[in-house]
Design a protein around this ligand. Structure first.
Ligand SMILES: Nc1ncnc2c1ncn2[C@@H]1O[C@H](COP(=O)(O)OP(=O)(O)OP(=O)(O)O)[C@@H](O)[C@H]1O
Ligand SMILES: [Mg+2]
Length: 248
C-alpha cells in the first residue's frame, strides 16, 4: 500500500535534538515512495549573510531534502538574523510574528507538494511573541493580552504531530510533558521518533522501552548517532532506521 498524501507538524523535546535531521530524512524517504515533498520552517532564528543572501542551516537542509524546489520565502516566512528564542529575535528586529503569513505560505506549499512537513521552533510550547504588557510597560495587566506560542501555530495548521525525542538523560520527562501538551492542544500525536543525542546514554534501550510504554502513538524508529558525513548523506542514513508505514 502506498503512503497517503498527508502533512505533519514536527516538534521535539527540545532545541538541537534532531527535528531538522529527522524531517530531512522523512522528506527524502517519502519522496522515494513516490510522493512529492517539501519542508517548511515557518520561523527560523539565526542566519548568516553570504553574497547578499541570508542563510539558515535548517532552511537549507529542508530545501535540499525536498523533492519540490520552492523559493526560500515560502519555506521560511519569518527568518531572523539573531540566533536566540524567536520572540526575542522578533523583538530585536522590530518584527511581530503573526499567523496569516505563515498560513498563506503553508497553503501555497500544500498546492505544490503531496507532503508538507512543518518543523516547529525549539519545543512545542515556545513563545512566538513577547507579552504585550511587557513591551508596553507595567501599567497593563498581563491577563489582558494573548501571547502567541508554537501551540497556537500548530493548532492553526491543524496538523497531526510527529514528536522527535532527543535521547539523553531527562528525555522521558520532556517527552511525556510534550505529549501532554500536544493532547491538551487538541492535536493528535501521530507518531514519535527516538533520535540519539547522547551516544553514551546509560540504559538506552530501557529508556526507549519506557517511552514506548508511556506514549500513546507508534514509534517510527530509533536512530543512532550517524557519522559526521555531509548532512544530506546523514539524513539518508537515518532513513534506514525509520518505518514510514506508520505514517499511513
Ligand atoms: N542521530 C544523529 N546523528 C548524527 N547527527 C545528528 C543526529 N541527530 C541530529 N544530528 C545533528 O545534530 C545537530 C542538531 O540537530 P537538528 O538541527 O536536527 O536539531 P533541531 O532539533 O532541528 O534544532 P533546532 O531547535 O535548532 O531547530 C545537527 O547538526 C544534526 O545534523
Ligand atoms: Mg531544526
Amino acid at each position: 500500500m502506498s503512503l497517503a498524501k498527508q502533512h505533519f507538524f514536527i516538534t521535539g523535546t527540545d532545541t538541537e535534538i534532531g527535528k531538522t535531521f529527522v524531517t530531512s530524512a522523512l522528506l527524502l524517504g517519502l519522496a522515494q515512495q513516490g510522493l512529492s515533498t517539501v519542508g517548511m520552517k515557518p520561523i527560523a532564528a539565526g542566519a548568516e549573510l553570504l553574497d547578499g543572501v541570508w542563510h539558515n542551516e535548517d532552511v537549507e537542509s529542508l530545501i535540499a531534502a525536498a523533492s519540490v524546489k520552492v523559493e526560500q520565502q515560502l519555506v521560511v516566512p519569518y527568518l531572523f538574523h539573531t540566533a536566540c528564542a524567536p520572540h526575542i529575535a522578533a523583538q530585536r528586529e522590530n518584527a511581530q510574528i503573526e499567523l496569516p503569513p505563515i498560513l498563506r505560505s503553508y497553503g501555497r506549499l500544500c498546492e505544490l507538494a503531496d507532503v508538507v512537513l512543518v518543523e516547529g521552533v525549539g519545543g512545542f510550547c515556545v513563545p512566538l511573541s513577547a507579552q504585550l504588557s511587557a513591551q508596553m510597560g507595567a501599567q497593563m495587566s498581563t491577563e489582558s493580552v494573548a501571547q502567541l506560542t508554537t501551540v497556537d501555530l500548530a493548532q492553526a495548521l491543524a496538523l497531526p504531530v510527529i514528536m522527535v525525542v532527543g535521547m539523553r538523560l531527562g528525555c522521558i520527562n520532556h517527552a511525556l510533558l510534550t505529549a501532554q501538551a500536544i493532547a491538551a492542544s487538541g492535536l493528535k500525536l501521530h507518531a514519535w521518533v527516538a533520535n540519539t543525542v547522547d551516544a553514551e546514554m546509560a540504559y538506552f534501550d530501557e529508556n526507549v522501552q519506557a517511552l514506548s510504554q508511556h506514549i500513546a502513538a507508534p514509534c517510527l524508529g530509533v536512530i543512532p548517532r550517524i557519522p559526521q558525513l555531509a548532512l544530506q548523506t546523514r539524513a539518508q542514513g537515518a532513513l534506514a532506521y525509520l518505518d514510514l508505514n506508520f505514517l499511513k
